[in-house]
Design a protein around this ligand. Structure first.
Ligand SMILES: [Zn+2]
Ligand SMILES: [Zn+2]
Length: 271
């Protein structure tokens, strides 16, 4: 089993039975939506060639971003039921915010990767024949999945495998060509929602400016319970999404940064 799969499975093993059934329900509705899109794609020659055309027009970084967004939506779904709850921006984009055209493209791309892995020669025909090849593979998969247990936890395994494959891919390709030290800004929606607390007791230092925070003053409290002057933490969070004291990470709007945060969270929960 891949390290990523183990990390996800271990984190999920901390769920209580009701949490697990909630998770399975969410995964089921996500998979259902993907299956509906794929079926439509494979039965309509027009939709298929349009999607293939769209896929061909994308550069590698764009394809990577597409897979990364897809991965992020499944990581969000998987971590949604875990404790401690990952802090989500109040209006975080749901999976439905992926445009239908992009979802079709990423689902087709994943199916093409899968078939290339199992049967490298299958795609050596002309792209016009791919629809037939993919439909056959798709039908086989559906027949396997529709056996007894389709509606229970057995659905989780292919879902986790798909997530793991994207995770590996994004880990290997994702950061290529991206400058900087990997620091990303905290999501503005999350920063705006941070609580202000009145400081009780004196002698506490703000680690950013090294000055004492005066008693009775309103200071910013991060979810890790560390306190800072508002004037100090706001510029800090515009550059990084981590707490200056303990490196607790806040959500970010950067797709790759958010993937990294949720992956780290999964690994941490599993430990
Ligand atoms: Zn300060
Ligand atoms: Zn902290």
């Amino acid at each position: 089993m891949m390290a990523e799969t183990t990390a996800i499975m271990t984190a999920l093993s901390t769920l209580t039975p009701p949490q697990l059934s909630d998770l399975i329900l969410s995964v089921f509705s996500d998979i259902n939506r993907h299956h509906r899109r794929l079926s439509a794609l494979l039965t309509s020659p027009t939709l298929f060639s349009l999607t293939l055309h769209h896929l061909h027009s994308l550069s590698l970084p764009h394809k990577t971003l597409l897979i990364a967004r897809h991965l992020l939506s499944s990581l969000r779904l998987l971590t949604l039921h875990l404790h401690p709850k990952p802090q989500l921006p109040p209006k975080f984009p749901s999976t439905t915010s992926i445009k239908e055209r992009d979802l079709d493209a990423v689902l087709l791309l994943l199916l093409l990767c899968e078939i290339r892995q199992h049967d490298p020669e299958a795609l050596e025909t002309s792209p016009a024949q791919w629809r037939g090849t993919l439909s056959k593979l798709w039908l086989d998969t559906m027949l396997t999945l529709s056996g007894v247990g389709f509606y229970n936890g057995s659905l989780l395994i292919p879902y986790i495998e798909m997530t793991t494959r994207c995770w590996k891919f994004v880990g290997e390709i994702g950061r290529c060509g991206v400058d900087g030290d990997g620091e990303v800004a905290a999501s503005p929606a999350v920063v705006v929602a941070l609580p202000s607390v009145e400081l009780r007791g004196s002698g506490m230092e703000c680690v950013i400016c090294k000055e004492e925070m005066r008693e009775g003053r309103d200071v910013c409290e991060l979810p890790c319970e560390h306190l800072f002057h508002w004037m100090c933490i706001l510029p800090w969070l515009r550059k990084r999404n981590t707490c200056p004291c303990c490196r607790f990470s806040l959500p970010t709007d950067d797709v790759f940064g958010e993937i990294q945060r949720l992956c780290e969270l999964l690994v941490k929960i599993g430990q």
